[in-house]
Design a protein around this ligand. Structure first.
Ligand code: ANZ
Ligand code: ZN
Length: 881
């Protein structure tokens, strides 16, 4: 029995070096094996990783290693989402260049990831801030422009009036600039957009093709984000309009509604502050102009607009109800968005919360028109709030008594047939919430938009041979705003078309653009063109994509749009980038605070046996907070280095995969990681014990007794089940199966040892000897994807050739998986020669076939077919040679 401990600290770096030197994780595109592409969402190089970041990489790594064992040519690359605001903030704080900070972080984090023993092809590493990467992105931008998928228009940005700069949404905190504290305003600026809203319908339809391989939750979130709604455009005639208003806004207002059934409950019309009629009215009315300005204050994010207090301005105009002509007042209201529907609504306060709040504030009538099921019209009231549910119509003339869906149809039909001027009053319309993707950012650390603005020619694409447009290095961050904007030379260029003095576009692209195609870049071999059709077509779609649920909408939707657009442009062939998606849960950890309320790192805290905690080496009490997502700000992080040094990386990997389903949050505890460490030792001991009992691989005996068969059944079942578990990413279930197998294997080893001791040395029966060795080998192979370093050590113990990392997944003998088997003795010419395990319900023909497949029969018959086989079901097989 081996007593030596497995020394992870010594073994792990040694194996990582060997894997690295032999280049076994380097992937070639011309490898003939079937491809498998597994990818974890690439990290932002923010500084250092903690063990909480490791979970999705480890999960991806298990899949990558498993698929390699199953004979696939696996692509498992890594890169850096390297542009973005934090680098600029760090540059300001430390007075360095964003690139310096970024590449320093990349170097640190690369080493930390390597520490986790991930089987990554580092030769394909990319950073999005590398000119070769963003240069290709500029080419793609120009292709989008040419193809009509990109365009420029005025749009609102967050403006900091003190710092005189544009702010990103995340730089607006409670409506104020993050540095100046000034109240943020909205300003109009010409910006670049990608035409994603035109793709709404196909992006929706594409979600159906991802059923089963994408979480339902994510598909639902995308569906809601795209927000398809079916409704009606309704024209309201206006009365009392000043005669000097422009013709095109004077006669009527078109609203968009998804609840035409509530038309008889309309008590006002509301226009967006940006509506052409609002603008026209404001021209002669300073109070309205001031109101519109007031609405523009505050950030541009939808969340912000939606949570603002409702404000309205009574224009004094009236609109005439399209069915009956009753007059309703027309307001300008801050909660109506110009970018949705027609920028105008009719308000039905009894059945919509926003309209209710608005009507209550401005004293407008609230008339209920939908009666909830089983409610008495005489007593039903909406005084306490609107009723937004289903029901039957009342107070609605010809709609009375109809259920809501019916009433919607009836109103639509009626208004479609009502003609005003020479067009119908109502027209059915489909709307999408999804807006075009504004990609302009007034920032330095991003991909420059490859455009030159010329007075005479307008925006001109930078000619192909001048790409990439590189970011200049000589920039300073001592003033607010975008340093590209005040760069003395970079900005000033000649127009590529007419040669006149012109100015470079100083905006850079949203970093979501960088992450929308990086997985296609990985497909190209290192040192070759960044986006190659053949390579992308070979590798895409990503077979298994793994990342956080926080990317359920933007990143995944943008990537889907990007790939579809590239496909339309002929640059690649797939339509969906990610065939399979998995969103992992987070790792949480307790938080610690000292008496003064300062956060403490876990390693600064000592847990006492009585359950209390103190500051390490003192008696100072520490208050322990509930487990929360690991985060630097609360110090509840565990650095991978500490874990690697104490327990080893394999223990950490094992722990991250254990106990909790991978989609759920899992708590990091000392007890848990210790348990994982002990289990790694246990695997080591089991294998060591098996090798001590059976020092070398033995030939497979012709027959197996009941005990060895039982062990073999467990062994083969383990491989079959873990395979299925890993395929379905049920890592915790796989871990549990290994645990229970270890118990059974341990028992078998003990029994064998006892039997051996009783009978004297060398008495281990050949069938058991074989079964024990087989069990050890399977155990090592099956756990190799999860604890790869330990597997290599065990591989050596077992005396196997090559690396465990390049071994195959064990071949499962299916006959051993059959639950109800009988073992039938086999006689050849009346003499017992062996036995065979077959399903209890196997037909004589099946038994015959299985017997003929046995080596022992082939040998006994010298390869000739037998004269006769007589199967006595459940009893015996007689072979006549
Ligand atoms: C009357 C009504 C009555 C409405 C009622 C709702 C409930 P979805 O489903 O998201 O498409 N709306 C239309 N355009 C708008 C805009 N530009 N800004 C703000 N709100 C707008 O929402 C459609 C509903 O949102 C429309 O139906 C309209 O209000 C409002 F009991 O019309 B409804
Ligand atoms: Zn020009």
């Amino acid at each position: 029995m081996s007593t030596e401990r497995y020394n992870a600290r010594e073994a792990e770096p040694r194996w990582q070096k060997i894997w690295d030197e032999r280049g076994i994780y380097r992937t070639r595109n011309d490898d003939p094996r079937p491809k498998y592409y597994v990818l974890e969402m690439f990290p932002y190089p923010s500084g250092r990783i903690h063990i909480g970041h490791g979970r999705n990489y480890v999960m991806g790594d298990v899949v990558a290693r498993f698929k390699r064992m199953k004979g696939f040519n696996v692509l498992h690359p890594m890169g850096w989402d390297a542009f973005g605001l934090p680098a600029e903030n760090a540059a300001i704080e430390r007075n360095t260049h964003p690139g310096v900070w970024t590449y320093e972080n990349i170097a640190t984090m690369r080493e930390q990831l390597k520490l986790l023993g991930l089987s990554l092809d580092w030769s394909r590493e990319i950073a999005t801030c590398d000119p070769s990467y963003y240069g290709e992105q500029q080419r793609i931008f120009l292709d989008f422009l040419k193809g009509g998928f990109a365009y420029r228009r005025e749009s609102e940005v967050n403006w900091d009036p003190v710092d005189n700069t544009v702010l990103a949404n995340e730089q607006v905190i409670d409506g104020r600039g993050w540095r100046s504290g000034a109240l943020v305003e909205r300003r109009k600026l010409a910006q670049w957009f990608f035409r994603i809203s035109d793709a709404s319908e196909e992006l929706l339809a594409g979600l159906d093709t991802l059923e089963h391989r994408w979480p339902d939750k994510v598909r639902l979130m995308q569906r809601n984000w795209i927000g398809r709604s079916e409704g009606l455009h309704v024209r309201f005639r206006l009365a009392g309009v000043p005669a000097d208003l422009p013709q095109d806004v004077r006669d009527e207002v078109r609203v968009y509604t998804t609840r035409p059934d509530t038309l008889f409950g309309a008590s006002f019309l509301a226009l967006s502050p940006g509506h052409p009629l609002s603008e026209a009215l404001a021209a002669g009315r300073p109070e309205l102009r001031a109101f519109i300005e007031e609405c523009r204050r505050g950030g541009t994010s939808t969340a912000e607009i939606e949570t603002q207090e409702k404000m309205g301005f009574d224009t004094g105009l009236t609109a005439l109800h399209p069915l009956g002509g009753d007059p309703v007042p027309v307001y300008v209201a801050n909660f109506v968005l110009m970018e949705y529907g027609t920028g105008a609504i009719f308000g039905c306060p009894a059945h919509d919360q926003r309209d209710f709040d608005f009507a209550t504030k401005y004293g407008l009538p609230i008339t209920p028109v939908v009666l909830p099921p089983d409610t008495d019209a005489a007593t039903f009231s909406v005084a306490d709030g609107p009723y937004e549910g289903d029901g039957t119509l009342f107070n609605s003339r010809f709609l009375d008594g109809r259920p809501v869906p019916d009433a919607k149809q009836a109103v639509a039909l009626k208004l479609e047939n009502e003609i005003l001027g020479n067009a119908p009053v109502g027209e059915r319309a489909i709307n999408y919430r999804l807006r075009d993707w504004g990609i302009s950012r007034q920032r330095y650390w991003g991909c420059p938009i490859p455009i030159i603005h010329c007075e005479a020619c307008g925006p001109v694409p930078v000619p192909e041979d001048q790409l990439p447009v590189r970011l200049p290095d000589d920039v300073t961050f001592d003033q607010p705003g975008n340093p590209l904007d005040r760069h003395p030379t970079w900005k000033h260029v000649d127009c590529p078309q007419c040669g006149a003095k012109a100015r470079r576009e100083t905006d850079t692209m949203d970093t979501f653009v960088d992450s929308s195609w990086y997985f296609a870049r990985f497909a190209s071999e290192p040192g070759t063109a960044p986006l190659q059709k053949a390579a992308a077509d070979h590798w895409l779609p990503v077979d298994q994509y793994i990342g956080g649920i926080e990317h359920a909408i933007l990143h995944l939707l943008y990537s889907r749009f990007f790939i579809r657009t590239l496909q339309k442009l002929g640059r690649l062939s797939v339509k969906e980038p990610f065939a399979g998606l998995f969103t992992q849960g987070m790792i949480v950890h307790e938080t610690y605070k000292d008496a003064a309320g300062k956060w403490l790192f876990p390693e600064e805290v000592e847990k006492r046996a009585d359950g209390t905690a103190v500051k390490l080496g003192t008696d100072e009490p520490v208050s322990v907070g509930a487990p929360e997502k690991m985060s630097k700000s609360k110090k509840n992080v565990v650095p991978p280095e500490v874990v690697a040094d104490t327990y080893g990386v394999d223990a950490a990997r094992w722990f991250m995969l254990s106990d909790t389903p991978p989609e759920r949050d899992s708590e990091w505890t000392d007890r848990g990681i210790e348990g994982a460490w002990r289990f790694a030792q246990r695997i080591w001991r089991l294998v060591g014990d098996a090798v001590a009992l059976v020092p070398a691989d033995t030939a497979k005996p012709e027959s197996f007794g009941a005990e060895s068969t039982e062990l073999r059944r467990a062994t083969h079942r383990l491989a079959a089940q873990v395979e299925e578990d890993v395929e379905r990413l049920r890592f915790n279930v796989a871990v549990a199966r290994v645990h229970s197998f270890a118990n059974q294997f341990g028992d078998a080893l003990n029994a064998a040892r006892k039997a051996g001791a009783a009978a004297g040395k060398g008495a281990l029966a050949p069938d058991m000897a074989f079964a024990l060795r087989e069990a050890a080998a399977f155990l090592v192979a099956v756990t190799a994807p999860m604890v790869p370093h330990l597997a290599e050590e065990c591989w050596i113990l077992l005396g196997r050739e090559g690396l465990a990392a390049t071994a195959s997944w064990p071949a499962v003998d299916l006959s051993l998986l059959v639950e109800d088997t009988v073992t039938l003795p086999i006689q050849i010419n009346g003499k017992r020669r062996g036995e065979i395990a077959v399903p209890k319900d196997a037909s004589p023909a099946e038994v015959e076939k299985a017997v003929l497949a046995l080596d022992l029969i082939a040998q006994a018959l010298d390869g000739r077919p037998p004269k006769r086989i007589i199967v006595v079901p459940q009893r015996i097989v007689n072979v006549v040679a």
